[in-house]
Ligand binder design. Structure first.
Ligand code: IMP
Length: 429
């Protein structure tokens, strides 16, 4: 049975964590394939809130195999902390439930230092990165100077690679970024501790994943961020440093592309973005504040307030087309209760011309204006709805209109954080 893939269709924070957690109930293996601890998935299970940054959201289902694939960049300090926090709460009882690819690149302290220093120097033009060292770690990977998880276990090789890197990065930190140098010994000693903590989980994750699929196991691939943060297809340069689109999932997980079957796109019923960059439907007024408050729109990783705005069908349509989305999971519909009328962006206007797709340049993003369609809102609580037919007529109409505008059928609608506050329309496996 081919794998099911979950992708974010906006600027991240679409509520993928809840959807992956739900779908993980029917999966045997859940895999992260790109990004790192810039992601933050918030889950509410039995009234208890869990934020995961690296370990796939399937971890709250005992017995699921959670994999961190070769395309991920791993901060071992964060991973060790996450493992320990989960263990304290009774999760991850068996080491075999977490597999960490030996090919995944390590985030090092100098990556974090460079990320933060560059952001400081950019000032008002900063990208608004999460400061977790994601971009600098991917830079080293592409420059072929990165250090991978597997390298930790070749102690001599690791020492040599680290010496080279610390020398080079300290030169850059001091001379160009005006930062203090980092201590080789401190990093070396910390990473020696992480080596032992992570040893039980390190594996040829791609090979294990292919074997699991061949054995008929159900695999869920958990995308992080969202298509508009994709390094090629997003609002460059206000993007993350990995490929977010479905086309990258196979490589990042270690699968052939044909091993992926269904692709589920997650979209929030409105739009949010954290960090800098274009956001045509942003609401900077009281309604934006209300969405932020009602939707608890604060970054799961950094706690930053998220920018909020109307649903942008241009963005989601682009993601649906680019990723080949088969079904849409619409989240946080309940947050729109009481907002009347609702607006949906159906296209952009640029220089007197209508655009149905996102433009490629920053200048175009800055110059366009969104074109809106208005829809009536609803005041009734969505609490008990378990099918589309249970929704108030205007909520159903809103959902159906979004599906038509973006060109994908609805697979699922989330109307609250708990697992059961969900309307399932089809089977996703
Ligand atoms: P970086 O990935 O930390 O380099 O940040 C680059 C941009 O992507 C910034 O605007 C971040 O706020 C954004 N970003 C990265 N990861 C996430 C995420 O998981 N959700 C939402 N935004 C993210």
């Amino acid at each position: 049975m081919p794998a099911t893939l979950i992708v974010g269709t906006q600027w991240g924070d679409e509520g993928k964590g809840k959807i992956v957690d739900l779908l993980a109930a029917d999966a045997d293996v859940v895999v992260r394939f790109h990004g790192g601890n810039n992601a933050g998935h918030t889950l509410v299970v039995n009234g208890e809130k869990t934020v995961l940054n690296l370990i796939p959201a399937g971890v709250l289902h005992p017995g699921r195999i959670c994999m961190i694939g070769p395309g991920v960049v791993v901060d071992p300090e964060v991973l060790v902390g996450e493992i320990e926090a989960l263990r304290k709460r009774g999760y991850l009882k068996d080491d075999r439930w977490l597999r960490l690819s030996e090919r995944a690149h390590l985030i090092m302290p100098y990556h974090r230092a460079i990320d933060r220093a560059r952001e400081r120097l950019r000032g008002a033009g900063s990208i608004g990165t999460t400061g977790r060292g994601i971009g600098p770690a991917y830079e080293d990977k592409m420059a072929r100077t990165g250090i991978r998880v597997g390298d930790l276990f070749d102690e001599v090789g690791f020492r040599e690679a680290l010496e080279r890197s610390v020398r080079e990065k300290n030169g850059y930190l001091e001379a160009i970024l005006g930062e203090a140098p980092l201590s080789f010994d401190a990093i070396h000693d910390c990473y020696a501790v992480y080596r032992e903590r992570l040893r039980p989980f390190v594996a040829d994750a791609g090979e294990e994943l292919r074997a699991a699929l061949a054995a008929g196991r159900r695999v869920l691939l958990e995308g992080a961020q969202g298509v508009m943060l994709d390094v090629d297809h997003g609002t460059y340069p206000f993007v993350t440093s990995s490929s977010v689109v479905s086309g990258a999932a196979a490589g990042g997980a270690g699968l052939p592309p044909r091993a992926i079957g269904r692709i589920i796109g997650i979209a929030k019923a409105y739009t949010t973005r954290v960090g800098g960059g274009p956001f045509p439907t942003e609401l900077t007024d009281a309604l934006g504040d209300r969405l932020r408050a009602d939707g608890d729109e604060y970054g799961a990783t950094t706690g930053r307030p998220r920018r909020c705005g109307w649903f942008d069908a241009v963005v989601v349509r682009h993601a649906v087309a680019l990723c080949g989305v088969d079904g849409l999971a619409l989240t946080k519909l309940d947050v729109l209760t009481g907002v009347d009328p609702l607006r949906v962006c159906t296209g952009y206007e640029l220089g007197g011309r209508r655009l149905d797709r996102p433009p490629a340049t920053q200048r175009a993003w800055e110059s366009l204006t969104p074109c809106y369609e208005e829809l009536p809102g609803w005041r009734e609580s969505l609490g008990g709805a378990r099918s589309l037919a249970d929704l108030p007529a205007n909520a159903r109409r809103y959902v159906e209109r979004l599906a038509a505008l973006v060109g994908a059928p609805i697979a699922l609608v989330s109307i609250g954080a708990p697992r059961d506050e969900t309307i399932r329309v089809g089977d996703v496996f």
